[in-house]
Design a protein around this ligand. Structure first.
Ligand code: ADP
Ligand code: ADP
Length: 228
């Protein structure tokens, strides 16, 4: 589904954010991406979403080599991907419904279809009753669930999340991760950047570790061995 081959990313003035990265994420796979702040996690996600371009190497998503994707196909590419951000990036003056509807409005879908899709997405994250609410009246966990509904409303093949639980306490974080696991069960591919090592450990999914832009580990963490 997602394939990086010898990918490097250099920001002018700042040096290499990613160095010679090679890995693949299969369709339907759920994986975590971790590493210290500045390790290159956001940059990696941005390359997949075509928000940045690699300085070297190739990034493929499905059958598309992103370097060769014609400009006119970039919007369709972005629609294959649902993005979730730490600060959820909701529009404060718009209702929950309107926030979630935004990607479909942009894609030119009809009002009827938008209504159905938005309610299906809100139902999936357990927020159907709050469609008229404004984001600031919601708890931080609810706000993030709206962010997730917006990410999945277009039925993306891939969900990319950048520190989605960075502002949440452990209990709410767990709830969000459960939600991601449900999309995993529906067959969506997920790559989730997170610092939340305890949760990663407890969930047991593949974990890619970045260190100063290099991939230094790629394994499924084993639960800690019981005390002898
Ligand atoms: P992480 O998400 O793991 O914290 P980032 O991908 O945000 O890491 O950053 C990796 C490196 O690239 C850091 O040194 C950061 O300062 C640098 N960087 C990230 N974005 C930019 C940018 N737009 N311009 C210049 N340097 C950047
Ligand atoms: P409708 O096709 O009537 O709009 P729904 O939106 O409720 O129906 O979804 C139809 C099916 O697609 C359901 O089984 C639902 O769980 C599944 N589904 C919804 N969102 C996604 C998604 N992002 N990725 C994969 N399957 C999804």
């Amino acid at each position: 589904m997602i394939e990086f081959e010898h990918v490097s990313k250099r920001y002018p003035e700042r040096g290499d954010a990613l160095k010679d990265l090679t890995f693949r994420l299969e369709a339907g796979e759920m994986a975590f991406l971790t590493g210290h702040s500045g390790a290159g996690k956001s940059t990696l996600l941005k390359l997949i979403g075509l928000l940045e371009r690699p300085s070297r190497g190739s990034v493929r998503v499905g059958d598309d080599d992103l370097a060769r994707l014609p400009r006119r196909r970039i919007p369709a590419h972005r629609r294959r991907i649902g993005m979730v951000f730490q600060d959820h990036r909701l529009l404060a003056e718009r209702s929950v419904f309107d926030n979630v509807a935004l990607p479909l409005v942009t894609a030119g879908m009809t009002r009827d279809d938008i209504g159905k899709r938005v309610r299906a997405a809100l139902d999936q994250v357990g927020l159907l009753k709050l469609e008229r609410a404004l984001p600031l009246t919601l708890s931080s966990g609810e706000q993030q669930r709206v962010g997730i509904a917006r990410a999945v409303v277009g039925r993306p093949e891939v969900i990319l999340a950048d520190e989605p639980t960075g502002n949440l306490d452990p209990e709410l974080s767990q709830e969000i991760f459960r939600l991601f696991e449900r999309f995993h069960q529906l067959g969506v591919s997920l790559l989730i950047a997170t610092h939340d090592l305890d949760l990663i450990q407890s969930l047991g999914h593949r974990t890619l570790v970045l260190k100063q832009g290099r991939l230094v580990a790629d394994a499924i963490p084993r639960p800690a061995a019981p005390e002898p």
